[in-house]
Structure formats: structure tokens, C-alpha cells
Design a protein around this ligand. Structure first.
Ligand code: ADP
Ligand code: MG
Ligand code: MG
Length: 905
């Protein structure tokens, strides 16, 4: 097994397509070498070694790779002419992690490794820049202490012990920025940092470069299993087995003085998708300084710099003097960077997110990857690349992350409301969108409030990976510090969350839990709105409207239409939902739940009357009251779905959901039906069930009280005839729920067909209709061939089917499913992602058996899974006719269906 792959000086043992083995970072470092981009030399220890490390332990792995590591270090030395662990001619390295898929902020990097007192002296002498040497040294001790020796605080209120020391030294000196510390201050920092390490760990800080190197390698492997990494993987469904690679790379120094710099850049705008090279840099800085928001970063391009200054309210003179662009401050490097970003984008055919460092006027690239982007940018960039001829239509479809489309469907601020809104502060438009919510300051509060269904906006000075959980549940994020590439901005764009960053005028007080904006003090819980597209922060909740779904979005959706073979229907119970779903591309209704209609207005009264009826005659009286109401509803839905199929499910819920539990309602019902309160109470008690989910519901109701099915069938057929008379192209499908036995569906089908015949005779007019069943009881799947003889269609009700296959109550599973996921007993919540192995087997078998018995059988699914991309792809594989999902998930399902089709080509 080859454990290590080297790269440097235009050559590499790895390639871009070896991401699984080398991690994304390592594979792209290799590739950049191969295409002639300047990259400091180094090597990558494979992800396989990480997996072995986790299985076999440290000792075994060290034995295995020790020699290779030594050889690979020699490879770096050969290319740079320096020596690792040699104080007379020292080579420093960075140790960087890199998983197969990018996990921002998850794995920690250590820079300037290999330094000690002696080495620092040499570096100072050789560079003639002692400040650089001691700045590198103090950074190393700090990073090594935090990352490798575990001194980074885990508690949100604890401050990093090294930062605390820096603050003390700065205060003593009366300066604000790290850059204002001189050599003596930096030396003092190193001494005090080491003392802190000793105090904290009981051990001396390691001075031997190889001890440092191995410590850092272990730390990278160990970091695969830190809490943040685990959380990120869980949130993004990244397998635990992947492992991370370790990259060891020669250092280049952005902190060597005013002719050095470090920065990050994007070949296109990751927020809007605009084809505009953009990025930020800091002079005389290193590593994460730009994203950490320690100083205000400057823009790379002059145009971007002017836009930025305008948003910040900075005059052109001040901008040019204090915050010049890289184009202005280092024109040669800027020009070279512009060429390289173009080269990389052309090579990868996608928007690139790059890291670079300039050491004494020489530009080096340290990373490139396909950039994370918002849903809007995802759509625009793909369509732009298609128009530019860089990618083809199928690639556009493959590039989409279906779930991200959701962002485009969310409301935007109402133009008029925004005009009259009070602007309290202005920051950078870090991630577009509109968000309104109540202010919270800490991630765990955000989580707690969100769990109580509150909309929150996280307001912070700046964010760090510890805030991920909070950010993921917030409506939006507002920070006082940090640029367009700050942690908050990058993560928010990745999550598609609205974010305003670097709103410098707001004053956040974590202790008091207040934020002051334009003279007004906001407390935790106060409402604000933020506009991630303009950077504005508004007082209170500003009204929103539906977004415009034309342009590139529509173009992508029509490509989806072009390639998909499976149709997408919607679950809609009202004409309004039906219309919305149609706008979003639904081609029919796969599930219209009639029971929801009974809860509206006064209808519940007639419904209750029906339920407590002691005999058929009384029940028919009540049903007669419901008939016209139902008919009216169906007419509205048929009209909204003109030309498309509408699948109406007969009454399904457990009876007791309709039964009054309160005395007041019982009294009303008694009056209404001319009974005593005692009588009503008795009846209601009699209707209580021990296990309503498995009780008197679904077709069991229609088979024990056939007049209910009769009424519903009549309402559907009459409504269809009525709208047909108006010229509507109507295609009703009548669906019977909860079938387990062939006789159940046979009896229901007979009632429906006889009722239809009767109505046709009365009207002297007919309409085509279909009769089908839900498959949601495992037994129905087992005898699907028998059932298929009676019906025109199957629709898998995967919510109930999952409930009954697992034996997990849908309403109670929340209590243990989260724990099951944490323990790894289940990888995913089967109510969200279809369990292909178990439940999927039933779906596959029932489809196969059903179609064998009835070749014309039409098959779809209508559970929550119908809008979940992986489940949609599974349905496509089984060649189902359609999936049906809630209106806002229709575009997601359409794209997933198209992807499945393209992948199968
Ligand atoms: P992350 O995965 O969090 O982006 P990186 O490994 O990319 O972590 O490194 C963090 C920072 O350190 C980045 O800004 C990167 O450019 C910088 N860096 C990494 N290796 C080197 C190096 N050899 N020389 C200079 N800077 C480096
Ligand atoms: Mg990082
Ligand atoms: Mg990086």
C-alpha cells in the first residue's frame, strides 16, 4: 500500500481525481502542480492511513509509515534547499488535514512547524526580519498548543489562553493590533505561551522538529473524530469511514513584511453567482488572519474594493490610502493571480475557491476547490458555464444540489416594506436573502429557541466553528467583524443562510446580551431583519413576498423536465396549495387528504354528528350535510389542476381525532344532536382506542360504514361532472387507504363503482375515473399481486409503511431516533430518508408483483420521502411512474428525478 504521495516543482504523484485517497486538498495540490500553478512542495499521507490509524492504533501506523515520512521530508528539502530539524538552515512546514469532501473549519492546521529558539534566531538573521521570525514562532506555539496539545477552550465563555496573553501584552503596550507588537513583545509572547503550555499540560513545549511533526500528524488523524467534525459529517451526510488525509507542505510566509500578504479569492461571486473574480487579502499576515477577522481585510480587485468602500461608507480617498486593492498595492502579483484563477476555473470547469500567499513579492497558491455557493449562485453559475460552453446540459443537472433550490423559493423582502424600513446598520452582503427574527447571541440559545419554533437571528462579533449548530437553525447571521470571506460569510453561503457580516458600527455586548445599533439598544429577543443581498440591517420585522422564479431558475427546471423520465406530483389539500405546486412544476396531485377539509370552519360539527350517529339513518343525515361541502372543495381542486390527475384519498384519520375531548364541545354536540351530555360523553368514551394508529381508521371505516365511502365517492364524481361541464379537463383518481386484505379493497371498489354508476345515470353524463389503493401496510405489499387485480393504481404511503415495517410509532419515535442516530444504530431517520434496505424492499416487491398481475398498473409514492432526493432516486430506479411531495419540495424532486435519469444514461 502506497502511504504517501509527493508533489512539488511542477510534478506530483497524485491527481485531482484521487480525492478519496488524498483528500480534496491533497488531490488539488497535486493537480495544481501538474498544470503549472506555483505551489510550495510537500506530500500527502493518504486517507487509508487515517482509517488504519483508527483501526490499529498509533504505534502500528507509525511503524508502517516512518521511513516514507522521512523520505518525503527529504523530498521537500531537496526542492527548497533547506533542512527540516536543522537550526543552521531550517525548513518549516505546515501540517494540514484534508478529507475527501471539504469540511470547512473542521480540521485544524498547524503552520510554521519545525521552529524553536535556535531556528527562530537563524530565521531572523537570514531574513533580516526578526519580527517575522518571532511572529511565526509565537503563532506556531499558539496553534500547536490549541490544536495538538488540546488547549483550545471548549466552553463558549472561556477565552483562548494564548489570546488572553496577547490581550494582556497589547493592553500593557496600549496597542490595538497584533501588527503593532515589536520583536521584544513577540519574544515575550513566546516565553509566556510556553509557560502556559507547561502549566496546562505539565510538559515542556517540544523543541525537536520531528516530535512536533508526529504530534501534528496524530492531531490531524484524531481531529477526524472531534465533535465539530462529527457534527458536520452528520449534517452533511458524510460517511464516517472516509477518514482524512494529512498534507505536509513547505511554508511560504505572508508575514515577511510589507511585500508579503495572504488572501482568499473566488473566481465568481459565491453569493450571487455573478461572473466577477473577487477576494480579500491582508498585507504582512499569515494563514487564517483574513477569515478570522483580526484586521479589516482588503479587496483584491479595485472594482470590488470600490463596491466594498461604498457599502462601508468609506470615501474613495480613504479607501485608496488605507485599504488599497491588491491590484493597486501589488499589481504584478494581482495580474498573475487573475491569470491563475482563470486557468484554474477553465481547468476545473467550475467556480474555484482559492487560498494564496505572497512571500516577498512571489505568489504561491495553497489551495483550490470548487467553491461553496448559495442556491441562487449554484443556478446562475451553472447556466452561465453552459452558455459559455464550458459544461453541457447534463452537467448542469448533475451540478445541482436539489436541496439548495429550496433557498430560491423562500420569500424576499417586499420592495415597499424595505423602502420604509428603518436602517439601523450596514454591513457586507455576505450571503443573500431576507431574514427576520429575534436576536440571540449564542449558538446554544439559537438551538434552544429554534426548538421552540422561534425564528432567530444570531448576532455575534464574529463566528467560529463552535457556532455551527446555532447558525444552522438561525434564519440569518449578523456579525460586527469580518469580511466577505470570514467564517460567518463562508459558512452561511454554504448553508444558504442569509448573512450580513462586518457591520462595524454595531456594538455587541455578550455579557449584557445586548447589541447597540444607531443609538438604540436591542436586547435578546428583540426583532430585527437583515438583508443579505444589500448588507442592510432593519429595525423590527420587515414584510416579505414570494420570489421571482423566472430566468436561470426556470431554465434549470426546464432542463430537469427535459431529462427526467419519472413524473412529479404534489400532495395538496386545497386549491391554493394545488396552484402553488403547479407553478412549481407539479404535474398532478398524488395525495389529496380529505380529512383536513373536515377541520375547516363549521364542518367539524357535521363531522362529529356523523361520528356519534347511533345508526345508519342518522349517519346519512349528517353525511348529507357534508356532501355539498366536499363537492365544493373537490371542484376547486379539479379546476386548479385542469388537465392533470387528482388523486383523492378517502377519509383516513383515527376517529377519536374528531371526537370532542372538552366538556364545552361535548355540551355543544349534545345540544346540536338533541342528546344529553351524559349520552354524548358515553359515546365519546366508547370511541377512545388504545392504539388509534392501528385502530378503526382508513378503509376499515369505509367498510364498516359504507355510507361514508358512498358519500365521498359521490362528492368526487359529482364535482368531476360539474367542472367537466365548465370545460375543465378532469382526471379523478379515488384512492382507498390502509388496505391489507384483497377483500377490503374489493368491497370499497364495489361501493365506488356502484356510486359512480348511479351518479352517471342521474346526470346522463359520464367521466373517466380510476380506483386505486395506498400500499402502506406490509401485508398489502406481500399480497400486492392480488390487490393489483382490483385496482388501477398503487400509491406507496411510505410514512405508514415505514411506521409499520419498523414498528416505530411516528408520533413517538422522535424520543429515541435522535439517540439511535448518535449511537450509529441508524444512519438516517427512516421517516425522512426512505429505508431502501427494508421498506424499499417492500416497495420494490409490491411494484414488481403488482405490475406482473396488472401490466397497466400505475405506481407512485406519496410519503414525505417523495421530496427527499435520495429516496426520489431510488423510486426512479424502481421505475415508478411518479413521486408526490409537498408543493415546496416539488422543484427538489424534479431535479432529483432528472439527476437520477442523467446518472442512469
Ligand atoms: P482549512 O482547511 O481550514 O482551510 P488549511 O490547511 O487550508 O486549512 O490552512 C489554513 C491556512 O493556512 C490557510 O489560510 C492556508 O492558506 C494557510 N497555509 C497552509 N499551509 C501553508 C503553507 N505551507 N504556507 C503558508 N500558508 C499555509
Ligand atoms: Mg480553517
Ligand atoms: Mg484552506
Amino acid at each position: 500500500m502506497k502511504a504517501i504521495y509527493t508533489f512539488g516543482n511542477g510534478q506530483a504523484e497524485g491527481r485531482a481525481d484521487m480525492k478519496d485517497l488524498l483528500g480534496g486538498k491533497g488531490a488539488n495540490l497535486a493537480e495544481m502542480n501538474l498544470i503549472g500553478v506555483p505551489v510550495p512542495p510537500g506530500f500527502t499521507i493518504t486517507t487509508e492511513i487515517c482509517t488504519l490509524y483508527n483501526q490499529k492504533g498509533r504505534e502500528a501506523v507509525v511503524q508502517m509509515i516512518k521511513d516514507d515520512v522521512m523520505k518525503s521530508v527529504a523530498h521537500i528539502e531537496k526542492l527548497t534547499g533547506n533542512k527540516f530539524n536543522d537550526p543552521s538552515n531550517p525548513q518549516l512546514v505546515s501540517v494540514r488535514s484534508g478529507a475527501p469532501v471539504s469540511m470547512p473549519g473542521m480540521m485544524d492546521t498547524v503552520l510554521n512547524l519545525g521552529i524553536n529558539d535556535e531556528v527562530a534566531e537563524t530565521l531572523a538573521k537570514k531574513s533580516g526580519n526578526p519580527r517575522f521570525a518571532w511572529d511565526s514562532y509565537r503563532r506556531f506555539v499558539q496553534m500547536y498548543g490549541d490544536v495538538v496539545l488540546g488547549m483550545k477552550p471548549t466552553n463558549k465563555t472561556d477565552i483562548d489562553p494564548f489570546e488572553a496573553i496577547i490581550e494582556e501584552v497589547k493592553e500593557k503596550k496600549g496597542v490595538k493590533f497584533d501588527t503593532e507588537l515589536d520583536v521584544d513583545d513577540l519574544k515575550e509572547l513566546v516565553v509566556r505561551f510556553k509557560a502556559a503550555v507547561k502549566e496546562n499540560t505539565g510538559k515542556d513545549f517540544p523543541t525537536d522538529a520531528y516530535d512536533q511533526l508526529w504530534g501534528a500528524i496524530y492531531a490531524v488523524f484524531d481531529s477526524w473524530n472531534n465533535d465539530r467534525a462529527i457534527l458536520y459529517r452528520r449534517m452533511n451526510q458524510i460517511p464516517e469511514e472516509y477518514g482524512t488525509a494529512v498534507n505536509v507542505q513547505a511554508m511560504v510566509y505572508g508575514n515577511m513584511g510589507n511585500n508579503s500578504a495572504t488572501g482568499v479569492c473566488f473566481s465568481r461571486d459565491a453569493g450571487t453567482g455573478e461572473n466577477l473574480f473577487n477576494g480579500e487579502y491582508l498585507i504582512n499576515a499569515q494563514g487564517e488572519d483574513v477569515v478570522a477577522g483580526v484586521r479589516t481585510p482588503q479587496q483584491i480587485m479595485t472594482e470590488g474594493s470600490r463596491r466594498w468602500a461604498k457599502l462601508q461608507g468609506i470615501s474613495e480617498e480613504e479607501r485608496a490610502a488605507k485599504y488599497p486593492s491588491l491590484e493597486e498595492s501589488m499589481p504584478e502579483c494581482a495580474k498573475q493571480l487573475v491569470d491563475i484563477q482563470q486557468k484554474l476555473e477553465d481547468h476545473y470547469h467550475d467556480m474555484q475557491d482559492m487560498e494564496f500567499t505572497i512571500q516577498d513579492g512571489k505568489l504561491w497558491l495553497l489551495q483550490t476547490r470548487n467553491g461553496k455557493r448559495t442556491g441562487a449562485a449554484m443556478v446562475k453559475i451553472a447556466m452561465d458555464l453552459l452558455r459559455e460552453g464550458a459544461i453541457d446540459e447534463k452537467t448542469v443537472i448533475k451540478r445541482m444540489e436539489p436541496g439548495k433550490l429550496d433557498e430560491l423559493l423562500h420569500p424576499v423582502f417586499d420592495k415597499a416594506a424595505v423602502k420604509s424600513a428603518k436602517v439601523m446598520a450596514k454591513g457586507l452582503p455576505a450571503s443573500p436573502g431576507a431574514a427576520t427574527g429575534q436576536i440571540v447571541f449564542f449558538a446554544d440559545d439559537a438551538e434552544e429557541w429554534a426548538s421552540r419554533k422561534k425564528k432567530v437571528i444570531m448576532v455575534r462579533i464574529e463566528t467560529s466553528p463552535e457556532d455551527l449548530r446555532g447558525m444552522s437553525v438561525a434564519q440569518g447571521i449578523l456579525t460586527a467583524r469580518g469580511g466577505m470571506t470570514s467564517h460567518a460569510a463562508v459558512v452561511a453561503r454554504g448553508m444558504g443562510k442569509c448573512c450580513v457580516s462586518g457591520a462595524g458600527t454595531i456594538k455587541v455586548d455578550y455579557k449584557a446580551r445586548t447589541v447597540e445599533m444607531d443609538g438604540k439598544t436591542y436586547n435578546e429577543g428583540d426583532w430585527i431583519s437583515i438583508n443579505g443581498s444589500t448588507g442592510e440591517v432593519y429595525d423590527g420585522a420587515v414584510a416579505t413576498v414570494d420570489p421571482d422564479l423566472g430566468g436561470d431558475y426556470a431554465a434549470v427546471m426546464s432542463l430537469a423536465e427535459k431529462f427526467s423520465t419519472m413524473d412529479v406530483y404534489t400532495n395538496a389539500d386545497s386549491p391554493r396549495d394545488a396552484k402553488k405546486a403547479r407553478e412549481l412544476g407539479a404535474h398532478g396531485i398524488g395525495l389529496c387528504r380529505t380529512e383536513h377539509m373536515f377541520f375547516e370552519g363549521d364542518r367539524i360539527k357535521a363531522m362529529r354528528e356523523m361520528i356519534i350517529a347511533p345508526d345508519e339513518a342518522t349517519r346519512r343525515v349528517a353525511l348529507a350535510k357534508l356532501l355539498p361541502l366536499q363537492r365544493g372543495d373537490f371542484e376547486g381542486i379539479f379546476e386548479a389542476m385542469d388537465g392533470y390527475e387528482v388523486t383523492i384519498r378517502l377519509l383516513d384519520p383515527p376517529l377519536h381525532e374528531f371526537v370532542p375531548h372538552q366538556l364545552e364541545t361535548m355540551r355543544e354536540l349534545a345540544e346540536q344532536t338533541g342528546r344529553t351530555l351524559e349520552e354524548v360523553k358515553l359515546i365519546c368514551d366508547g370511541l377512545e382506542e388504545f392504539n388509534p394508529m392501528l385502530g378503526h381508521r382508513g378503509c376499515r371505516l369505509g367498510n364498516t360504514y359504507p355510507e361514508i365511502t358512498e358519500m365521498q365517492a359521490r362528492a368526487i364524481i359529482e364535482a368531476a361532472l360539474n367542472v367537466k361541464a365548465k370545460g375543465v379537463d378532469v382526471h379523478p383518481k379515488i384512492m382507498v387507504p390502509l388496505i391489507g386484505v384483497k377483500n377490503e379493497i374489493q368491497m370499497q371498489a364495489n361501493i365506488i363503482n356502484e356510486t359512480a354508476k348511479k351518479v352517471f345515470a342521474e346526470r346522463g353524463e359520464t367521466v373517466a375515473y380510476k380506483v386505486g389503493t395506498m400500499i402502506e401496510i406490509p401485508r398489502a405489499a406481500l399480497v400486492a399481486d392480488q390487490i393489483a387485480e382490483v385496482v388501477d393504481f398503487f400509491s406507496f404511503g411510505t410514512n405508514d409503511l415505514t411506521q409499520m415495517t419498523f414498528g416505530y410509532s411516528r408520533d413517538d419515535a422522535g424520543k429515541f431516533l435522535a439517540i439511535y442516530k448518535n449511537l450509529g444504530i441508524l444512519k438516517e431517520d427512516p421517516f425522512q430518508v426512505l429505508d431502501q434496505e427494508g421498506v424499499g424492499q417492500l416497495v420494490e416487491m409490491a411494484t414488481r408483483k403488482g405490475r406482473a398481475a396488472n401490466p397497466d398498473l400505475n405506481v407512485g409514492i406519496c410519503g414525505e420521502h417523495g421530496g427527499e432526493p435520495k429516496s426520489v432516486k431510488f423510486c426512479n430506479k424502481l421505475k415508478l411512474n411518479y413521486v408526490s411531495c409537498s408543493p415546496y419540495r416539488v422543484p427538489i424532486a424534479r431535479l432529483a428525478a432528472a439527476q437520477a435519469a442523467v446518472e442512469a444514461m
